[in-house]
Design a protein around this ligand. Structure first.
Ligand code: NDP
Length: 468
């Protein structure tokens, strides 16, 4: 398969360099793209800039209808897109894999279509008329990662175009294929230039984020790259939504039933192999039930098949790329060497793909790299605590703060403790549950700005006050 790495002004437009996309289940080729370069980025931004005035001036109903048409396109082509996604990303077709991602993308698009951008009246009487209007910003650069390539691209582009902006989207070079095909299909529903896509070499990210004609950047990825994006944006003071890494803590109180919570804890941590920004990445368990929780988690993990995403019975696929595979392997090996116990998994599965089994690591402690660094992979460190204040302190002792969770039968107490977690969302008796109507974002080095619902839509407009 060879795809063009650029769709600009409704037409294919890409450079001459080839970029191979690896299938992480085999180590072989998933496809090849004609990579976009900085000249193509220039053309994409020019196209989005030219399309902006007409798109911004469209009546709201037209933009709503366009988003609804995009949702229908996602539903109507879910099978093809899901297979492409599994081939390049690795995630299973079933379970919480590619079909689930396509379904979520359509649901998020429909919900975003339903949101309003009302004019707000602060005062409207004989003394004063103060109206607050919401106006689109201009060209939005959307930079999406490889873990949820379709879903995260949708989170970035749909509110942008719903609000009247135009977009240049850049998928990760690890997973451009399904995104390029999706954007090609969306051209049926959108005027030329409203949604452009560029996929290619390392030069295009910086070219996009530094460009003076880009008004806003949505970036989802690592904290380190987020900082570089912010530096790029500074000279022209672009708006930013940065959804960066996390190292989410879950705290299990002594009143929990270990068997009853094991499945929820497992999927909170291992959704998409742990390659999810708001997955549970450090689990603190009270001493009195520590051994039982570890045992139940390990037994549940042993029932989960890790295998090729195209196999019907695989619930987890390979790690997405070699860099991430090496990182997880290193962190687990280091934890083992410094006294942690591997209850299940703990070694690469061999073969040509990047397969690593779901791994539960007991006797982990703050200070081990597996606990302190974001592993972003299928290895969960379980840390013993005896005093909940101490667990909260350790949970908060990292520079990131995306999600967190408290697990307890005593809901009022769990809510009180959840309030003490330094993060954007703290769940009770679940982890990582996100919804299109509920704001989601991080604190500290996890970034700023929120996504979803009317709070998220608000990040794509400026307020314009008319006061007479
Ligand atoms: P990065 O965050 O480093 O890169 C993500 C995207 O940013 C890529 O498309 C990359 O494109 C682009 N990029 C890199 N430099 C710039 C720049 N200066 N300006 C604009 N865009 C740029 O993620 P990695 O894939 O390297 O993963 C590293 C770590 O990030 C993971 O281990 C994980 O901890 C975290 N991560 C977090 C995600 C989340 O959902 N929050 C998602 C993915 C990763 P290019 O490669 O072409 O330069």
């Amino acid at each position: 398969m060879l795809l063009s790495g650029g769709i600009i002004d409704g037409k294919f437009n890409s450079g001459n360099q080839r970029l191979d996309v690896i299938n992480p289940a085999t180590g072989g080729l998933a496809g090849t793209i004609d990579a976009a370069d900085s000249a193509i980025v220039e053309a994409a931004i020019a196209s989005a800039k030219a399309a902006f005035p007409a798109w911004a001036a469209m009546p709201d109903v037209t933009r709503i209808a366009a988003l609804q048409a995009c949702a229908d396109i996602l539903d109507g082509n879910a099978d093809e897109l899901a297979k492409l996604l599994t081939t390049e990303q690795g995630k299973p077709l079933g379970g919480m894999g590619s079909r689930f991602e396509l379904g979520g993308a359509a649901a998020w698009t429909r919900h975003t279509a339903s949101l309003n951008l009302p004019v707000e009246f602060v005062q409207d009487d004989a003394d004063a008329h103060i109206a607050v209007h919401r106006k689109p910003l201009g060209v939005v650069a959307a930079i999406a990662p490889w873990n949820w390539p379709i879903m995260i691209a949708i989170w970035q582009i749909m509110p942008a175009i719903r609000a009247g902006n135009t977009v240049v989207l850049k998928p990760s070079p690890y997973t451009p294929l399904s995104t390029l095909r999706m954007v090609e299909l969306f051209q049926q529903a959108l005027p030329p230039g409203v949604l452009n896509v560029v996929a290619g070499s390392d030069e295009i990210g910086p070219a996009l984020t530094a460009h003076p004609d880009v008004a806003k950047i949505c970036f989802t990825g690592s904290c380190a790259t987020g900082r570089r994006v912010m530096q790029s944006a500074a000279p022209t003071l672009k708006r930013l939504t940065l959804e960066l890494g996390g190292n989410d803590a879950g705290i299990v109180l002594p009143d929990c039933n270990p068997k009853a919570i094991a499945e929820g804890l497992f999927w909170g941590a291992f959704i998409k192999n742990g390659q999810t920004c708001a997955a549970l990445k450090r689990l603190f368990v009270h001493d009195s039930i520590y051994d039982s929780v570890c045992e139940e988690l390990a037994s549940f993990a042993a029932t989960i098949k890790t295998g090729p995403g195209m196999d019907d019975d695989s619930l987890l696929g390979p790690i997405q790329n070699r860099m991430q595979f090496d990182k997880v392997s290193r962190l687990v090996a280091e934890a083992k060497a410094t006294g942690a116990r591997i209850l299940t998994g703990g070694e690469p599965m061999g073969g040509n793909g990047y397969f690593y089994p779901a791994t539960i690591v007991a006797d982990a402690e703050t200070g081990m790299a597996l606990v302190d660094e974001e592993q972003f992979g299928p290895a969960l460190p379980v840390i013993r605590y005896s005093n909940v204040d101490d667990a909260i302190e350790q949970a908060n002792a990292v520079d990131v703060g995306l999600g967190g969770s408290i697990w307890s039968a005593d809901i009022p107490r769990a809510r009180d403790l959840a309030m003490q977690l330094e993060c954007g969302t703290a769940w009770v008796n679940k982890h990582g549950a996100i919804r299109p109507d509920t704001p989601f974002g991080g604190v500290k080095a996890s970034g700023f700005g929120v996504e979803f619902g009317h709070h998220g839509l608000g990040e794509f407009v400026s307020l314009h006050v008319i006061h007479d």
